[in-house]
Write a protein that binds this ligand. Structure first.
Ligand SMILES: O=C(O)c1cc(=O)[nH]c(=O)n1[C@@H]1O[C@H](COP(=O)(O)O)[C@@H](O)[C@H]1O
Length: 248
């Protein structure tokens, strides 16, 4: 079954909970509050820069799948060499900024292939397109890109596919056009998820979990809606159940 076929999917496997906390202690507290419900977690810059490799090993021992979100963006040689290190670390998914260009992405893909050890499952290499915290005004007035968000995301997605990446990070609002242009098996990982009526905080392009799935997202990255909830385990379970009802 391909990722985009919605039949009998357990959305527990498709929700990546962002462990946006500052220490191992806080990460473990959060996991305890999630009561072992979660299968896939995201470790970002804040937690990785504080705790590094030992934390990744600890999460792996707990059989959690790991998206290491370091959003690499540098010259091809540097990103390629770093990619080799992250491949050896044995995470399931990691990302880089498509804005670094095709040479950078190709080098990352090549170095990843070379760093793989026997029987190691290849991590998914995902390109960040246009951050979900940005909108048309920021794109035009601050960053100086005279395209719509949809156009730039699509442009980045096509370049990422051509450069050998497995998929992209975007908001769910752009998923349909990405899938149309890059094919159903090109993965879409979508943050900017909020429950109905919640504050968007620093996010600009948001959808609810149900909207994201209906728009074709493969993986939902959810942080504060779950981690700051009074009962994170219950909130996670409620979201999973509502999504599972859509497909089963
Ligand atoms: O690469 C990411 O994960 C990412 C890309 C993006 O465009 N927007 C975005 O919000 N993220 C990450 O997704 C998570 C969203 O968190 P919440 O806004 O709390 O749900 C954060 O950890 C962000 O770093």
């Amino acid at each position: 079954m391909t990722l985009t076929e919605k039949k009998s999917i357990d959305y527990r496997d498709r929700i990546i909970v962002a462990l946006d906390v500052k220490s191992k202690t806080e990460a473990l507290e959060l996991l305890a509050r999630l009561e072992n419900q979660v299968k896939f977690v995201k470790v970002g810059m804040e937690l990785f820069y504080a705790e590094g490799y030992p934390l990744i090993e600890l999460l792996k021992k707990r059989n959690l799948r790991i998206f290491l979100d370091l959003k690499m963006h540098d010259i091809p040689n540097t990103v390629g060499r770093t990619t080799a290190q992250l491949t050896r670390l044995g995470v399931d998914m990691f990302n880089l900024h498509v804005a670094g260009g095709s040479k950078m992405m190709e080098e990352a893909r090549n170095q990843m292939e070379r760093a793989l050890i026997a029987r190691q499952e290849r991590p998914l290499l995902i390109g960040v397109t246009q951050l979900t915290s940005t909108d048309e005004r920021i794109l035009r007035e601050e960053i100086g890109i005279a395209k719509s968000v949809k156009e730039i995301v699509l442009h980045y997605a096509k370049l990422a596919k051509k450069s050998g990446l497995d998929g992209v990070v975007s908001s769910a609002l752009e998923v349909k056009s990405v899938k149309e242009a890059c094919g159903p098996s090109f993965l879409t990982v979508t943050p900017g998820i909020r429950l109905a009526g919640e504050s968007a905080h620093d996010q600009k392009r948001i959808t609810t979990p149900k909207q994201a799935i209906n728009l074709g997202s493969d993986y939902l990255v959810i942080g504060r809606s779950i981690t700051k909830a009074e009962n994170p385990a219950k909130t996670f379970e409620t979201i999973v159940n509502s999504l599972n009802k859509l497909s089963n």
